[in-house]
Design a protein around this ligand. Sequence first.
Ligand code: SF4
Length: 504
Amino acid sequence: MTEYAAAIDIGTSGIRAVFLNCDEKSAISKIQTAYHPIPGRNILDQLLFQNHSGLRNTQKLLVNTINNLIDGFDPSKEIIKIAVCANPGQISLLKGTESRDLFLNPEVLKRKGIKAPIRTSEVIYSADLGFDISCDLLIPPSISAMVGADAVALIYNSIIPENKPTLSIDLGTNAEMALKAGDKIYVGSAAAGPAIEGQQIRHGMPASTGAIAGLEYDWGWKIKILDENMNLSNGDTVNLHKAAPIKKGLVNAKGITGTGVIAIVAAGLSSGIIQPPNIYTPSKKIFLQDQIDFSETDLIEAGKAFGAIRSGYHSLAEHAGISVDDIATCNISGTAGCFADPLNARDVGIIPQSAGTIFNHGNTSLQLACSLACGDTNISELQNIADSAEYVSFSTSKVFQQYFLEELSYWCEGRYKKSQKNFQIPKIVLLPDKWATDNIKTVNPAFGVKASNNDTDISKFKGLCPNNAITKEDTWFEINTGKCAGTACLRCVDEGLDLIHPQI
Ligand code: SF4
């Protein structure tokens, strides 16, 4: 009898679930959410919501959403295994376990007696987490609290030419990176997420529908926007100086996601409009479309994120005893990695100039979950990778600090970088995803809440919400978590809406 399984990838920008035929080792269908079901604009917001709302309440929101995704698969076919790949924060949300070690400093943890959970690989009974179906649920290991299963997935999938130093970067909330040099693998995590995920950018947004995710030169800059199926569609064609488009596009934009930020900065640097920290247009802004622009303040925020990543791989190289110019190959993955143009990434410095070949893997986290669920990968192999990698803490690394200061002086003060060797344009290899399917559906998660004093006045709550995230259903209010800022806002909570205890 044919065996079926489900693979789940939980990212800050949403959940992707794939229904698998284990005998044919292929994907039947994919259902993804347009945004994360827990309110907040980044993983820290989501973890703070967990801290406010409680482990169980938050877990229920996440698991209910996954149950709904699995419900959308063919119910006549029994799922015998589930594999979930995600960073340590998302795994804590899924399991309803302690996550404060991810955002409190060690001194505070010690004073409060908070113990960090062990994050090795696990096989859990899915029903114990609240899943509707009962089967084994596999979770691959993390390397450290800051370097999760996404990085293990990338190392597992990385293409490493013999004896050549190879850098692998997962562009997501954190830029998790691994450098293979000789027999050793050094890993670290640079806090690049805020800008790479479009945060701390005035018009920033996660990688969801309406996000500007790239630019393409076509007698003007054609804006590439994520559509409802998370494909890149054509927006307006613009010249970056003026608000009016050269040519109207097919789709509207709501904001800029991280890969859009990378593309804008790369276009600005190559055209000379950007010379950090300045933007040389009359308004000191780069105009995109639908009143969305990119300012000098945004440029500095983006530069800090790019600088953190560049400082990260320089630190790994120094720890490995090699020069960064020895890095011959680079593997990139992650949500941002899927849409980022590798040449743009190289131009802004998040891929070393020396990389002669760049392999773009797409979403290795989801690919690893598929491979685990179908039995192509053994979970103990992944634990071996996690155990053998040497973690380099950038927060305490003097080398990182030295490079990061240099980067800040370039992006924030306009001091020139040390001269760099000229390397040839790299070969870009877009790797096929054997778990890809054309049968993709996108859903919008939401949850229901009531007012603690039975207030049902929608106009009051709607008027309060700066993001228009609240709508009225029969006897409750529905919260659109793609719009809700969560614990960074809580205005409706002050007026009595019980956001902290979702009921429906
Ligand atoms: S008012 Fe409430 S629903 Fe609206 S963004 Fe703030 S917390 Fe979210």
